[in-house]
Design a protein around this ligand. Structure first.
Ligand SMILES: Cc1cc2nc3c(=O)[nH]c(=O)nc-3n(C[C@H](O)[C@H](O)[C@H](O)COP(=O)(O)OP(=O)(O)OC[C@H]3O[C@@H](n4cnc5c(N)ncnc54)[C@H](O)[C@@H]3O)c2cc1C
Length: 349
C-alpha cells in the first residue's frame, strides 16, 4: 500500500482560543432510543487515545433522555457528560444542533471535537468547524497527540483506501475537528455504574430551521447489523434477482449467524437493499469473516471490506481480482458451493 508522507493543515484562524497543553476532547455521541451507536463508542476510544480529558455530548428527546444519559454516563473513558433534552433533539436535523454545538465550543477549553464518521456527523462537524474557522480531518484511522508540541497526527485512507495520508494538525490550530472510521477503533466499554460527572445544558434555539425531520424508515431484520457483525456473507451481480439473492445467501447467513452484505451491482440491480451495500459508497466493515460470492473485487468494493480478518471468495473466474486479497479462494459456481457449504455447516452443528 502506498503511504503518503505527511501534509500539514495550514492554520487560517482569525480568532484565538484558549489552548491548554493537555488535550481536552469533546465527543459527539449518537444513539437510537437511548442505545448508543457502536460507531460513537469507537469515536470515544479514539478520543481517549489523545491522552487527556474526554467529555461526551449527548442530545435526546424527552422519552429517551433517561436511558441515553444512563448508558452514556457509564462509558469507560468518559470524564464528563453534557446532555441536553428537547423535542427538537428527538430526531434532530443538523441545523437544529449546530447552534448548540457552536455554543458549547465557543470560549471553551476544548482542543478536539470528535465524532463517528456517521451521516449526521458528516454534516454537523464541518458546519460547526467552518463557523469557528477551524479545519476538519475526516474518517481517520489512527490518532496520536504529541503533548510537547501540542500537535496531533492522524492517518486517513484516500483514493478509495489505496493510499494512507498522514495529516498533522499543528499546535496553532486550537480546536481540531475529526471524524473517526469505526472499524479502526475498538468500541469503548461500559462500567457497571456511572463514572462520568453530569452537566445539563439548556437547548439552544436554532430559529427558523429550513429542514424538518418527517419520518425514519428502518429496515427491520433479526440478523446482526452489517456495520458491527463479526461474520458477513456477501453477494454480487450473479445473484440474478431479489428472490434468488435471499434464497441463496440467507440460509448460509442463518447457519453462520452472519449479516448479509452486497456489492453495488447487486444493490443497483434491486436484488438487495441499499443498507446492505459494502464499499466506498456503502458501509465500511471489518468482520472476523467476510465471504464474497460472485463479487469481482472492484476497488470500490474492496475499499469497504479489505480490512476483514479472514476473506473467503468464491468466483467462477480464476482471474477475478477478489482472489488477490482473499485469504481463502475457491474457483467455483456459487450456486453449487453455497448449498453444499450450508448443508455441511448444518450437519456439523
Ligand atoms: C464512484 C463509484 C463508487 C462505487 N462504490 C461501490 C461500492 O460502494 N460497493 C461496490 O460493491 N461497488 C461500488 N462501485 C461499483 C464497482 O466498481 C463494481 O462495478 C461493483 O462492485 C461490481 O459488482 P459485482 O462484483 O457484484 O459485479 P461484477 O463486477 O459484474 O462481478 C461479478 C462476478 O461474479 C462472478 N460470477 C458470475 N457468475 C458466478 C457464479 N455463478 N458463481 C461464482 N461467481 C460468479 C464473475 O466472474 C464476476 O467476477 C462503485 C463504482 C464507482 C464508479
Amino acid at each position: 500500500m502506498l503511504r503518503l508522507s505527511a501534509f500539514r493543515i495550514a492554520p487560517r484562524l482569525a480568532r484565538t482560543y484558549a489552548s491548554p497543553a493537555a488535550p481536552n476532547a469533546l465527543v459527539f455521541l449518537e444513539h437510537r432510543n437511548g442505545v448508543l451507536d457502536s460507531s460513537s463508542l469507537s469515536a470515544l476510544t479514539a478520543a481517549t487515545q489523545l491522552g487527556g480529558q474526554v467529555t461526551g455530548l449527548i442530545l435526546s428527546g424527552p422519552e429517551s433522555s433517561a436511558t441515553a444519559i444512563e448508558n452514556a454516563s457509564k462509558l469507560k473513558g468518559l470524564n464528563k457528560l453534557i446532555h441536553s433534552t428537547a423535542d427538537t433533539y428527538k430526531s434532530p436535523v443538523v441545523e437544529a444542533v449546530t447552534p448548540l454545538l457552536k455554543q458549547v465550543l465557543s470560549d471553551s477549553t476544548y482542543t478536539h471535537v470528535v465524532s463517528a464518521t456517521s451521516s449526521f456527523a458528516k454534516s454537523l462537524l464541518p458546519r460547526v468547524a467552518a463557523l469557528l474557522d477551524a479545519p476538519q480531518i475526516s474518517d481517520i484511522t489512527s490518532v496520536e497527540h504529541d503533548a510537547s508540541s501540542n500537535a496531533t497526527t492522524f492517518t486517513r485512507p484516500i483514493y478509495a483506501g489505496n493510499a494512507i495520508a498522514t495529516v498533522k494538525a499543528s499546535s496553532s490550530i486550537p480546536i481540531k475537528f475529526f471524524t473517526v472510521r469505526s472499524t479502526s477503533f475498538a468500541a469503548a466499554l461500559s462500567a457497571d455504574v456511572a463514572e462520568a460527572s453530569l452537566e445539563t445544558l439548556e437547548p439552544v434555539s436554532a430559529g427558523d430551521v429550513p429542514t424538518e425531520h418527517l419520518k425514519t424508515s428502518l429496515t427491520k431484520s433479526d440478523r446482526p447489523e452489517l456495520g458491527t457483525a463479526s461474520r458477513i456473507v456477501s453477494g454480487g451481480r450473479p445473484l440474478k434477482d431479489a428472490k434468488t439473492f435471499e434464497d441463496t445467501l440467507y440460509p448460509l447467513a442463518d447457519v453462520l449467524g452472519a449479516a448479509v452484505g452486497a456489492s453495488r451491482a447487486a444493490v443497483d440491480a434491486g436484488y438487495a437493499d441499499n443498507s446492505l451495500q459494502v464499499g466506498q459508497t456503502g458501509k465500511v466493515v471489518a468482520p472476523e469473516l467476510y465471504m464474497a460470492f460472485g463479487i469481482s473485487g472492484a476497488i470500490q468494493h474492496l475499499a469497504g471490506m479489505k480490512d476483514s480478518k479472514l476473506i473467503v471468495a468464491v468466483n467462477k473466474d480464476p482471474e477475478a481480482p477478489i482472489f488477490q486479497i482473499a485469504d481463502v479462494g475457491l474457483v467455483g459456481d456459487l450456486y453449487q458451493v453455497i448449498p453444499e457449504l450450508t448443508e455441511k455447516l448444518k450437519a456439523s452443528k
